[in-house]
Design a protein around this ligand. Structure first.
Ligand SMILES: [Zn+2]
Length: 419
């Protein structure tokens, strides 16, 4: 009887939890995009959008289902440029928030969720006002342009860093005015830090036979990634290119010293219990953030403990709390682009390429990186067939190619936002 009550209570409680509306806490103007901050991850299915054409304006309407506004003056602090007439928001129904973006010209609208409890609504070019653009230029990957050995002309580099001169500098670097499909040599000024996990006495994860070792697979994939990126014209720096041990802290410290624009750590996954070895497989990409799922916590614990550092979660949390939201969002976007690209590339040739998803997790190796940083779990070394793929040269090469293309997609999208 008691257990029946417990069941009823659980059902009732979970249905209440499920139905409780998401809270829209704040709005933030990014570079040509609007960032909505929720109290939880907000799914795309909950957004119903449509366009109303007026006489001389276009209204892009977004109805956010099962949502409550946390405050009344969310839009009062938004500053936008001339390509936006207005941005309005209201509690339209008791559980629907309506957001309306009015523009003088039509544009290709897009919207998508991020795992960092944010939701992005893409705005037309010229949406951000001057101060937002400046902040965009000096945050994340734009911050170190001047310090690098970039093939910019002196004239282009010494101009004021407005978004306009940024694209001028970009043109100077690429030697082309074709902004849509920049030639590969335009990538030369970006530095990608490639970090093969583990090495030396730290073997990383092992399969049950101990013949397949994570440190070997990830080094091979990372070296292939380096080759692909170099062919594309990137400057590539490896944290290790041979079988040697490097402390976690040294890796990001090194990345910062080398002024990396992007940090990619390459790992392979493993199950804790061997009974799950035959079934667990798939590819996952992580960005640094407090863990929000048991699975993310488990993977982070595995990678963190293997590196023989003992620090409590309190220290980790204080590190994470110093991360700015914009930095988390950039890493989240990088993770999405890379994950999507790996799957797309591998699926052209292989079956059963499983999407383990993009996840937030507290990895020590990503702490302290001053650039967008991700960790790719390239597959399960404990899985009998996936481990063979991880050591197959062709599979390794395609996975590396997928990662490289994802990095290009991420950087190109950031460039476009600066146009
Ligand atoms: Zn690892």
């Amino acid at each position: 009887m008691a257990s029946r009550f417990a069941l009823l209570f659980t059902l009732l409680f979970s249905s209440i939890l499920f139905a409780s509306p998401a809270k829209l806490k704040s709005l933030e103007m990014g570079v040509n995009r609007l960032i909505l901050h929720f109290d939880r991850t907000f799914p795309k299915e909950n957004v119903h959008s449509f366009i109303l054409k007026g006489k001389d304006s276009f209204r892009y309407v977004f109805d956010l289902k099962n949502t409550r506004l946390a405050g009344k003056k969310l839009t009062s602090k938004l500053h936008y440029g001339p390509s936006i007439r207005s941005i309005r928001i209201a509690q339209y129904r008791s559980n629907i928030v309506r957001l309306v973006v009015e523009t003088p010209e039509p544009y290709a609208v897009a919207h998508y969720p991020l795992q960092s409890r944010s939701y992005i609504i893409v705005l037309p070019k010229g949406s951000s006002d001057f101060s937002t653009q400046i902040r965009g230029l000096f945050s994340g990957l734009q911050s170190k342009t001047g310090r690098k050995k970039a093939p910019l002309s002196h004239k282009a580099a010494s101009r004021k860093k407005t978004s306009k001169s940024r694209s001028d500098a970009y043109r100077a670097a690429s030697g082309s005015h074709m902004m849509k499909n920049p030639p590969p040599k335009a990538h030369r000024r970006y530095t990608v830090i490639v970090d093969p996990g583990h090495g030396g006495h730290d073997t990383g994860a092992l399969d049950p036979t101990h013949r397949y070792r994570e440190k070997d697979a990830v080094l091979q994939i990372a070296l292939r990634l380096r080759n692909h990126l170099r062919k594309m014209g990137f400057n590539v720096v490896m944290t290790r290119s041979s079988d040697r041990f490097i402390k976690l802290r040294r890796r990001t410290h090194f990345a910062n010293l080398k002024h990396g624009d992007v940090f990619v750590s390459i790992h392979a996954n493993a199950v804790g219990r061997l009974s799950r070895a035959a079934t667990a497989h798939g590819i996952e990409t992580y960005f640094l953030s407090p863990a929000r799922s048991e699975r993310a916590r488990r993977v982070a614990a595995k990678e963190n403990s293997i590196a023989f550092i003992r620090r409590d979660s309190k220290t980790m949390n204080s590190f994470i709390s110093t991360l700015t939201r914009s930095k988390i969002i950039l890493s989240n976007m990088l993770a999405l682009d890379v994950q999507r690209s790996i799957l797309g590339t591998l699926r052209r040739r292989y079956r059963n390429v499983t999407d383990g998803g993009v996840r937030a997790a507290p990895f020590w190796v990503l702490v302290g990186a001053e650039m967008p940083a991700i960790l790719v779990e390239t597959g399960y070394i404990t899985n009998p067939w996936e481990k063979k793929r991880l050591f197959n040269p062709r599979y390794q090469d395609m996975e590396a190619q997928g990662i490289a293309k994802g990095i290009v997609r991420f950087l190109r999208n950031r460039e476009r936002e600066m146009e």
